[in-house]
Design a protein around this ligand. Structure first.
Ligand SMILES: [Fe+2]
Length: 308
């Protein structure tokens, strides 16, 4: 993994916050190197002794990952997977095994949804994840009934340029807004309309709108939760035929600005074989726009997990 800006020790168990960029330890990463001997035989001798050893290693690995996902740092990056593991399918068996241990997989498109540039940018119905553009900071799942607890990404291929992963922690954002612009927090706790599915541009369909707040819970209780993608909020207002008030627009602009300027933002470039899991209720994510190499599109395998 190439890291252009990061902080190391992300564990502030008292506040949930990440420290500003610049410190050095790495408690948000797990190296798979020491697990390699056990994991290398996963699924190769079904039911055999070697396979049972591999599954025990996965159990332990999932327990470690869980310990990072439901308290600070609310994310984990698994590194040092052998490139050969991608080629023979072992990387996906490890990924699937971890997902099954961390929660209930969304099987609607799955177990994994392939995120790559489908060359459909500019058409109606297009999700950013199907293009090579940036999404802006967001959480996954826009229908009120569909709020994945965890999001997983396996990097199969990286772009030739761009495509850096960007992460921010809502505890950091909340603390800054509480200090500088508490009126923004008040707006984020209001019910706001969200478009919940892609429909033709300009069409109005109230059945495609849910209403809920961006921010829930309390920081002192460590129960903060965030559900956000600016695009779907703006579209929600259009769908319902409402104009957002100046107060709402100003607050959402300030929220976006706070996300974009967060000094604790993680910015890193995933390498093929690396796996990241995020707590989708605390960590907002984005990826930079990117350009593919000829004939080898950037490919991430995404998992949504519930009820962990
Ligand atoms: Fe996403």
């Amino acid at each position: 993994m190439q890291v252009s800006r990061m902080q190391g020790s992300l564990c502030d168990l008292e506040t949930g916050c990440w420290p500003p960029a610049g410190s050095s330890s790495g408690d948000w990463r797990i190296s798979l190197g020491e697990w390699a001997p056990e994991l290398a035989v996963l699924g190769t001798e079904a039911g055999g002794h070697e396979d049972r050893r591999a599954k025990r290693a996965l159990d332990a690995l999932a327990q470690l990952a869980r310990g990072k996902l439901y308290r600070p740092p609310y994310m984990v990056l698994l590194t040092d997977m052998s490139a050969a593991w991608l080629e023979d399918g072992l990387a996906e068996r490890i990924y699937l095994g971890l997902c099954e241990r961390l929660g209930r997989l969304d099987l609607a498109r799955g177990p994994f949804y392939d995120v790559y540039d489908r060359k459909i940018s500019g058409r109606d119905h297009v999700r950013y994840s199907d293009t090579n553009k940036s999404h802006g900071f967001h959480t996954d799942g826009t229908a009120s009934s569909n709020w994945p607890e965890l999001v997983g990404l396996l990097c199969v291929r990286q772009a030739s340029s761009g495509g850096m992963t960007r992460l921010v922690n809502i505890y950091n954002i909340h603390r800054r807004l509480l200090d500088d612009s508490p009126e923004v927090l008040e707006v984020l706790r209001r019910d706001l309309p969200r478009q919940t599915r892609s429909i033709p541009e300009g069409a109005a369909d109230r059945s495609a709108v849910d209403v809920y707040p961006v921010l829930t819970g309390r920081a002192p209780d460590m129960t903060l939760g965030c559900r956000y993608m600016r695009r779907w909020v703006d579209a929600g207002f259009v769908m319902t035929g409402q104009m957002p008030s100046a107060v709402v627009v100003t607050a959402l602009d300030a929220f976006d600005q706070c996300l974009e300027s967060d000094p604790a933002m993680l910015l890193f470039r995933m390498r093929p074989g690396e796996l990241v899991f995020l707590n989708n209720r605390v960590v907002l994510h984005d990826r930079e726009a990117y350009q593919d190499a000829e004939g080898a599109p950037r490919l991430m395998r995404r998992a949504w997990l519930y009820g962990a």
